[in-house]
Design a protein around this ligand. Structure first.
Ligand code: G3I
Length: 363
């Protein structure tokens, strides 16, 4: 790192620590710093996930930050089945409409997230009138209606969709995850979902989204899924490798290998949900209750830099890198049910000020 940048970074780290403790903002918010969307404009779009919490009155600085920094977005929760289609005959478009309106106002490209997932899907989808398992035929019809209705509403406005999310198993040697969709329909639920999505919006890009694709077993499953979909005439426009990372995982080399392998098979890879927890996977401590230390934020900055070096190397195969949250205070990692502790996984702190990780990405 250049000396001047290092001094500036150190000042920012100090400010971040103080601000996290006191909540007061002695350093300026990110108004005059470079915009990520401009820094990376020749490589990929820089996206961000947000939802209705960011549209609340006290989040005006976050909205200004998003408008200035990012040129793509993903609604974090508002298009998930449980939110947008909570009951058989009731769609709830208001939250998604609000997110889409904000994105359009600021010229951001929108990725729809997500049509088919084993989580955040109401039980009624899989049940009949008596509360027993619904037939394959009924569940297939519900899947088709849902995809047509949701994609139809945002046709021409949402340019790409995470059609299926996290269908692959994380067990060694496993292939498809045990999921209510698979139990109700069978393994072809993925093919059907992509067929329905293609019918609903022939112009939309269709993605498959998952995590840990840098793990050899999961990468092998991804390649198998891609081949099996292709054999049924389904060609993915891109795979989203989520990118939820940790202070010590994944190694840049593993990510590099995964992107090289997937792109070598002609696939585009988007980094669809990046963040970088200060915790190792499985760490149950609450290590930073009053703010992150200077040392750990510097390590985080180095980690972000090494991951972005990999993205830069493969930029011809990556259309978009999307951060999963606007600033540390809005990250889902603060709300994990198994841990009650703050985390600091993003480029901007709770006062929307750039962290050392932000400066580590700026040339
Ligand atoms: O905001 C409330 C908070 O006020 C309350 O104190 C707390 C108590 O549990 O809940 C908070 O809301 C939670 C919200 O996350 C906070 O971000 C919701 O209960 C919880 O259901 C919600 O979880 C979402 C999760 O998907 C499940 O749908 C996260 O927001 C969202 O970031 C996360 O996103 C997923 C992607 O869709 C798919 N890939 C993995 C990624 C992370 O799990």
């Amino acid at each position: 790192m250049k000396k001047a940048a290092f001094i500036f970074c150190s000042a920012l780290v100090m400010g971040t620590v103080l601000s996290s403790v006191t909540g007061c903002g002695s350093l300026r918010q990110g108004g005059n710093v470079p915009a990520l969307k401009k820094v990376f404009r020749d490589e990929f779009q820089v996206g961000v996930a947000f939802g209705t919490p960011m549209l609340e009155a006290d989040q005006e600085p976050a909205r200004q930050l998003v408008a200035r920094q990012f040129n793509a977005c993903t609604p974090e929760n508002e298009m998930k089945w449980s939110v947008i289609h909570p009951e058989p005959d009731r769609y709830n478009f208001e939250p998604a409409d609000a997110v889409v309106a904000f994105a359009e106002k600021h010229g951001m490209e929108i990725t729809g997230h997500t049509l088919v997932w084993h989580l955040q899907t109401p039980d009624w989808v899989f049940l009949d009138d008596q509360g027993g398992p619904a037939s394959r035929e009924v569940v297939v019809r519900r899947l088709r209606d849902h995809i047509h209705t949701v994609m139809g509403r945002y046709k021409g406005r949402v340019t790409g969709w995470d059609v299926v999310n996290e269908a692959l198993s994380n067990l060694p040697g496993g292939y498809l995850r045990d999921s209510p969709w698979r139990r109700a329909i069978g393994d072809d639920y993925l093919v059907l979902a992509y067929q329905f999505a293609r019918e609903a919006d022939p112009e939309a890009k269709l993605y498959y989204n998952d995590f840990n694709l840098e793990k050899p077993d999961k990468l092998a499953s991804m390649l198998r899924l891609m081949d099996e979909l292709a054999a049924q005439g389904i060609h993915l426009d891109a795979v989203g490798n989520q990118g939820h990372s940790h202070i010590d995982y994944p190694p840049a080399k593993a990510l590099d290998n995964a992107i090289a392998t997937l792109s070598g098979r002609g696939l585009k890879i988007n980094i669809s949900e990046i963040d970088l927890s200060l915790y190792s996977f499985g760490d149950k401590e609450n290590r930073y209750p009053n703010g992150a230390s200077r040392e750990i934020l510097a390590t985080q900055a180095e980690r972000y830099a090494e991951l972005f070096k990999v993205f830069g190397k493969h930029h011809q195969h990556i259309d978009r890198v999307t951060f999963w949250g606007v600033h540390d205070g809005l990250s889902w990692l603060n709300f994990l049910s198994e841990f009650e502790r703050p985390d600091y996984p993003l480029l901007f702190d709770r006062d929307c000020r750039p962290k050392p990780a932000f400066y580590a990405l700026i040339p």
